[in-house]
Design a protein around this ligand. Structure first.
Ligand code: PMP
Length: 295
C-alpha cells in the first residue's frame, strides 16, 4: 500500500518525499522532532507532544509555519490519509534549505515533515519477558551545553549510547549524566521500583520531559502508588525490585537485567505490570480522535 508523507503543505508519496542536501537539518542537525503514537485511532496526548515541539522550536528560535491547532489537524490528517488506526508518527521541523555556512538567517523557510507508519520498537515477547540493558559509558549531553529538554535533531549522543548497547549484545542502554546519576535510556525515560515506591529521575538532571513518563506518574498516583522524582545511581538500579523504560516508540518495557545483575526476580514486577495494564487502557481513550470531526 502506498505511504503518504506530509511535506510542507502537501501529501507526497514515499519515494518523492525527499529533502535538499542543503537542508540545515541534514547539514547541522538544526531542527526538532516529535514521536507520537496513535492507538485505535486516538493520538495519545497529542496536544502535550505539540506543546513540547513548540517549546523546542522556541528554544532554538525556529518558527513553525503552522499554529498548534493547525498542526494537530496535520498530524491527524496524515494518519487518516494513510488509513491507519495504530501508528507511530514522526514529526520533523528543520531550519530548511540554506547554504553551506552555519548561518540560520540564510534558511528562510522551515521544512515540515510528518510520517505515519506502523512501528514496534522491540519484539512483542520482550514486553512480557523484559529486556536486558547496560549502563553506557557515553554520558548525556550537559544541560548547560545542549539541553536534553530540547528534542532536537542532534541525537548523536543517543546514537552513541545505542551503539554501545549493540556492542554489548543487548537492546538498550541506560545513560548517566556527567555527575554519574542515571538519567534515562537512549530514547526512553527510566523508572525503578523499590519497596513499592516508584522512582524516576527529575528532568533537571538531563532527561527529556517524556510524555509517557508523565502519563505513568499520573497513573501511579491514581492507583495510590507513591511516586518520587529523585536522583538515583547505578547502585540503586542494581538493587531495585523492578525497572522499566517509557517512551512513545518503546511504550512501556520492563528491564530484567542491568550490567549482568538480575533485577528482582528476573521477571517483570507486579507494579510494572499493573502500571502497564492501566497505561494500555488509557492509550485507547486519552487522545485526539483521528476519524472524528473536530471544530
Ligand atoms: N528520552 C529521550 C532522549 C527520548 O528521545 C524520548 C522519546 N521521545 C524519551 C525520553 C521519551 O519521551 P516520550 O515519552 O515523550 O516519547
Amino acid at each position: 500500500m502506498e505511504q503518504w508523507i506530509f511535506r510542507n503543505g502537501q501529501f507526497v508519496d514515499r519515494d518523492s518525499a525527499t529533502v535538499s542536501v542543503f537542508d540545515h537539518g541534514l547539514l547541522y542537525g538544526d531542527g526538532i522532532f516529535e514521536g507520537i503514537r496513535a492507538y485505535s485511532g486516538n493520538l495519545f496526548r497529542l496536544r502535550e507532544h505539540l506543546l513540547r515541539l513548540y517549546a523546542s522550536a522556541k528554544s532554538i528560535l525556529l518558527e513553525i509555519p503552522y499554529s498548534l491547532d493547525e498542526m494537530m489537524e496535520i498530524v491527524a490528517g496524515t494518519v487518516r490519509r494513510n488509513l491507519l488506526n495504530d501508528a507511530y508518527i514522526r514529526l520533523v521541523v528543520t531550519r530548511g534549505m540554506g547554504d553551506l555556512g552555519l548561518d540560520p538567517k540564510k534558511c528562510p523557510t522551515a521544512e515540515v515533515i510528518v510520517i505515519a507508519e506502523q512501528l514496534n520498537m522491540f519484539a512483542p515477547e520482550l514486553y512480557t519477558r523484559g529486556i536486558e540493558v547496560i549502563c553506557a559509558a557515553t554520558r548525556r549531553n550537559r544541560s548547560d551545553v545542549l539541553s536534553p529538554k530540547v528534542k532536537s535533531l542532534n541525537y548523536l549522543n543517543n546514537i552513541l549510547v545505542k551503539l554501545e548497547a549493540h556492542a554489548a549484545g543487548v537492546n538498550e542502554a541506560l545513560v548517566l549524566n556527567s555527575e554519574g546519576y542515571v538519567v534515562e535510556g537512549s530514547g526512553e525515560n527510566v523508572f525503578l521500583v523499590r519497596d513499592g515506591v516508584v522512582y524516576t529521575p527529575p528532568t533537571y538532571l538531563g532527561a527529556l520531559e517524556g510524555i509517557t513518563r508523565q502519563a505513568v506518574l499520573e497513573i501511579a498516583q491514581e492507583l495510590h502508588i507513591e511516586t518520587r522524582e529523585e536522583p538515583f545511581t547505578r547502585h540503586d538500579v542494581y538493587v531495585a525490585d523492578e525497572i522499566f523504560l517509557t517512551g512513545t516508540a518503546a511504550e512501556m518495557v520492563p528491564v530484567i537485567k542491568v550490567d549482568g545483575r538480575v533485577i528482582g526476580s528476573g521477571l517483570p514486577g507486579e507494579v510494572t505490570r499493573q502500571l502497564h495494564r492501566v497505561f494500555q487502557e488509557r492509550t485507547k481513550t486519552d487522545g485526539y480522535a483521528v476519524y472524528a470531526p473536530h471544530a
